[in-house]
Design a protein around this ligand. Structure first.
Ligand code: CP
Ligand code: NVA
Length: 322
């Protein structure tokens, strides 16, 4: 059976180990450990990535991560392939499965990545859809685990749109027992089915999940504040939507209500001056570039976990994790 990563809760019980694997592998690799440097489970494999939308972090982190794991990265931009013009997602999936060891896909409708996975005979990793961004959430929680020793006493607050990044962050935090608060304006709530899943994880893992429309209430005494653009890719520049986010900018005044060791997180790209000020983005407590780097390490763990699970397990054993 082939397993796919469409939303972050597809990893379920192994989530914490996937993150610990990434943290330890990054540490070993950076200190020049021979076992880590010579770990090439994707040797002889080509991993294909389809992009229907632009990308800086996802594309580069996948290409470099695949290379470091001994594989060959093949990036397929939508305008260069038949997908969506003269070929269905399902047919494209069956053809690519004959050549590739795994696929990543950045698409508009989440149904498209579900379709790709349905017809694929190799693992599919969602590289962002309008509904989910699981690779981002993995990197984000890896970053949180690097920054804070005791995740059970943490409060992570989201201030912004009810979007793809919020969905997977909410699932990821509740899966790890981290208290999660989200401030979103009326009319821009996250999808109800995702909130229901997160509520179940919060109950199971002993954490709290709270919604508010008041950003100040969400961030009060919180350790992390996270925001994202108010207008996502594929949405028009909507004047009304921008108005609804008045008071949602993460700025100096907002972070003053947080725990004194506050951190700022953002998936990037950021629209400086809209959802966040330069003061916050460039503050020493901003960890946005650690998040960006961790996209690669987290995805290396995820690719091994889904594409070469035996190698992931063996490396995990070597590192004392699994
Ligand atoms: N955070 C993120 O997915 O960035 P890109 O759009 O640059 O890939
Ligand atoms: N919510 C944003 C995230 C970009 C990484 C978007 O979908 O455009």
């Amino acid at each position: 059976m082939v397993n796919h990563l469409l939303a972050i809760d597809d990893v379920k019980k192994d989530f914490k180990n996937i993150l610990s694997w990434a943290i330890e592998f990054k540490r070993l690799w950076k200190q020049g450990d021979e076992v880590a440097l010579n770990f090439m489970p994707l040797d002889t494999m080509t991993i294909g990535s389809i992009y229907e939308k632009p990308s800086t972090r996802t594309r580069v982190s996948f290409e470099v991560g695949i290379d470091r794991l001994g594989g060959n990265a093949l990036t397929l931009l939508k305008n260069d392939i038949q997908l969506g013009k003269s070929e269905t997602v399902g047919d494209t999936s069956q053809v690519l499965s004959r050549f590739l060891g795994g696929m990543t896909y950045r698409c508009f409708a989440h149904a498209d990545v579900e379709e790709l996975a349905k017809y694929a005979t190799v693992p599919v990793l969602n590289a962002l859809s309008a509904k989910h961004h699981p690779c981002q959430a993995a990197a984000d929680l890896m970053t949180v685990m690097e920054q804070f020793d005791d995740r059970h006493n943490l409060i992570v607050a989201w201030v912004g749109d009810g979007n793809n990044v919020l969905h997977d962050l909410m699932l990821a935090c509740t899966m790890l027992g981290i208290e999660f608060r989200y401030a979103v304006p009326e009319g821009y709530e996250p999808d109800e089915d995702v909130v229901e899943r997160a509520k179940k994880y919060a109950i199971k893992n002993g954490s709290k999940l709270t919604r508010t429309v008041d950003p100040k209430e969400a961030v009060e005494d919180a350790h992390v504040v996270y925001t994202d653009v108010f207008i996502s890719m594929g949405e028009e520049h909507l004047e009304d939507k921008m108005k609804a986010f008045k008071g949602y900018q993460v700025n100096q005044e907002m972070v003053e209500g947080m725990d004194e060791g506050w951190r700022f997180m953002h998936c990037l790209p950021a629209h400086r001056g809209d959802e966040v000020t330069d003061w916050v983005m460039d503050h020493e407590n901003s960890i946005v570039f650690d998040q960006a780097e961790n996209r690669m390490w987290a995805q290396m763990s995820l690719m091994c976990y889904f594409i070469t699970p035996d190698a992931w397990g063996a490396m995990g054993e070597f590192m004392g994790i699994v």
